[in-house]
Design a protein around this ligand. Structure first.
Ligand code: PMP
Length: 316
């Protein structure tokens, strides 16, 4: 039985052949003995083009994890998170001796805006949308209410490309907002560690001061540039994954929540059962009786659906 990996919200597709070829051509003659150009202006310019912002509004990083690390490190006090959510926020808070105050999502996974605004000592609020692991989008009005309070806010938008919801227009109005994105999901580049942030230029220059000058290696930077140049090839894959997400959801909707990302939250802890079937899904130690299934290729999804349907028949 072939093992399949639907546990880390990775893209099931490797990078397109055309991209691989361009990358290998670059790598053949790259100056490995030299440091990257300081600040990677060429990559920043391409990210600006991709997002419709100017270079001063963009920071790139060694995965969006690096930006979470920097932003949480610089917070001078408590940070607010809304569980269940991405566990790295609390991890960094603990690392830097900050208190992570949990204002849990409501039972429909919406943000408890009043609960967050009541945290008067909070210096940083982290909102994840689409949220990992619940998969839902957080509504704009709730986000705006948090931003209106003036508190520095991270909007972790790692699954943006699968969601159809773009929050970047909020940046023109809110200088306290930073939106984080990644090349690890829609761009198939989890192994290269590339993330970026978009914010008002003063905010960006503040956080750039906390970043090492040579924050990303030349191969990752070049790969990101080539990917941006070939964005149309990515769009096809995003469409495939979104269609598959809807198909899988419709097949197992008794046991899954709807999602705007590339994964589904399951209403049961199927981790052990799926492992026995050679299908690795994500166990969620902090979320009782739930587990998370990443959307894979059609064949992988077929196996996952069959196993889940069998479980439902046997256990209900
Ligand atoms: N934010 C969220 C919500 C994530 O799920 C992930 C990856 N699992 C990240 C950030 C980290 O992304 P990166 O690979 O860019 O560090």
């Amino acid at each position: 039985m072939e093992e399949i990996y639907l546990d880390k919200n990775e893209n099931p597709f490797n990078v397109p052949e055309k991209v691989k070829k361009e990358f290998i051509n670059y790598a053949k003659d790259a100056d490995f003995n030299r440091y990257p150009e300081k600040g990677l202006p060429s990559l920043i310019k391409k990210l600006a083009g991709l997002t419709g912002f100017s270079s001063e509004n963009i920071i790139a990083a060694n995965g969006s994890d690096e930006l979470l690390d920097i932003l949480i490190r610089r917070a001078e006090g408590d940070i607010v998170v809304s569980s269940p959510t991405f566990e790295m926020y609390s991890f960094y808070a603990r690392n830097y001796g900050h208190k992570a105050i949990d204002v849990p999502l409501r039972s429909d996974f919406s943000l408890d805006v009043n609960g967050i605004l009541a945290q008067k000592d909070a210096k940083l609020v982290v909102i994840c949308s689409p949220n990992n692991p619940t998969g839902n989008l957080i509504d704009r009005e709730s986000i705006k209410k948090i931003l209106d309070s003036g508190v520095t806010t991270i909007l972790d938008n790692a699954y943006y490309e699968f969601s159809g919801e773009d929050y970047t227009d909020l940046i023109a109005k809110y200088s306290n907002l930073i939106i984080l994105r990644t090349f690890s999901k829609a761009f198939s580049l989890a192994g290269m560690r590339i993330g970026y942030g978009i914010a008002e230029s003063k905010f960006i220059s503040e956080i750039k001061k906390l970043q090492a000058p040579f924050y990303m290696n030349i191969l990752s930077a070049k790969m990101a540039e080539i990917m941006i140049d070939n964005y149309s090839l990515i769009v096809e894959k995003i469409k495939y994954i979104v269609e598959e997400r809807e198909r899988v959801y419709n097949e197992i909707k008794d046991i899954a929540y709807p999602s705007s990302a590339n994964f589904l939250l399951l209403k049961k802890d199927l981790y052990g059962y799926m492992e026995e079937n050679g299908i690795h899904i994500r166990k969620l130690p902090l979320v009782k009786d739930r587990s998370r299934l990443t959307i894979g290729t059609k064949d992988e999804n077929k196996r996952a659906i069959e196993a889940i349907k069998k479980y439902v028949m046997e256990k209900f």
